[in-house]
Design a binder for this molecule. Sequence first.
Ligand code: F3S
Length: 416
Amino acid sequence: MAVQLTKEEEEMLAGKHGEAKCLSMQLLMKAAEAYNAERLIPIASCHLVLSFQKTALQAGLETAERFVKLGAKCAVPTSIDTSSMDFERWKEFRFPEDFMKDQFRMKAALEALGAIPTWSCVPYEGGGVVPRFGQHIAWTESSTAPYVNSLIGARTNRVGAYEDLASAITGRTPYYGLHLDENRLGNILIEVTTDLTPGDYNVFGSWVGEVVENKIPVITGIPEDVRPLDLRYFGASGAATGSLALYHMPGITAEFRTVEEAFGGKKIPQRVQFGPEELKERTGRMSSVPGGKMDLVVIGCPHLTMEGLIDLANRIKGRKVKVETYVLTNKVSKDMATEMGVAKIIEDSGMKLNTGCCAWSPVELCGFPEHFTVMANSGKQAWYIPSLLTQMRPGKVDVIYGDVDACIKAACRGEA
Ligand code: F3S
């Protein structure tokens, strides 16, 4: 299908607005053709992931610096996903020096492009843009899309790296997928018939990701007072084990008030239940080893913001950890937590705030032994560590999944 362009878009493609916009339009045109999109649409904001990890860093860096040389600037408010390093405490966390230098180059390049240095997978609670209901946006990173699509009702696909930059520079995205009304309706009903603790939302999300594949789930049985924090963990876990990018929980999420509305008044095509047996079975598959000693505990994937940091401080106050424990957060939250005394309570326990950094990179890069074990309160890490990360470095990394309390208890005892 030929992609219909406006006059301004044609001019951008023809190079009349500079080489950076021209290159970006070429990339978006290829993407639009691949997605069978009939046109591009203007977007209100963008979220970028270019600095991601060691493997993809060089390509991202070359692209970002090339765009800076071309004088490119973000055309819409654009936040930046996690860095792969804490910019202030990189030495303390044992990041290699050559990696550190490249991370600072990436930081300089993205900031020169005019991106907002949120360095977070929770940019909407870290100084970035908060989209509004119905707005078209182009946001990358698996944990952000389910949150902004579902909880806020903004419209984004799970945008890929480089396409996100092209969207930031042009202010456009291909009009397909979750931008269209008809693609946002539910097509599988999930009835939750068991009580869920906060930690269970990771387990439930991991199960949902596998079960729904590329469908849009409508979920019932979730209490109305569920914390956004737990839904963030739910979405990130579902996006890791599957392609979850949007879900509806009528009465909780933004878009539909009833189950009937969420299915567009049509017959429900598929129903599944998540009960005590599914919870037990999936919980048993969250860890690659049943317990024992661990070398590192990671709390905060997705990043903990104020709600999570205050909660953690209340739980850890007066206790001491025996295992290296990283608490991942963004700069805005860390600064507020410092002002409130919350950061001090956490760090007095021996835990370290690791700011702006992804959970993945310390595990990959920070001098842990070839075979070691990580404990995490994240369904996303519970999935990625044994399935992906362990293939990207020599040796083996095992993972033990536990909720925040289990992580604290294990970190204080020295074993799970
Ligand atoms: Fe965020 Fe990295 Fe986890 S981007 S969701 S801390 S894997």
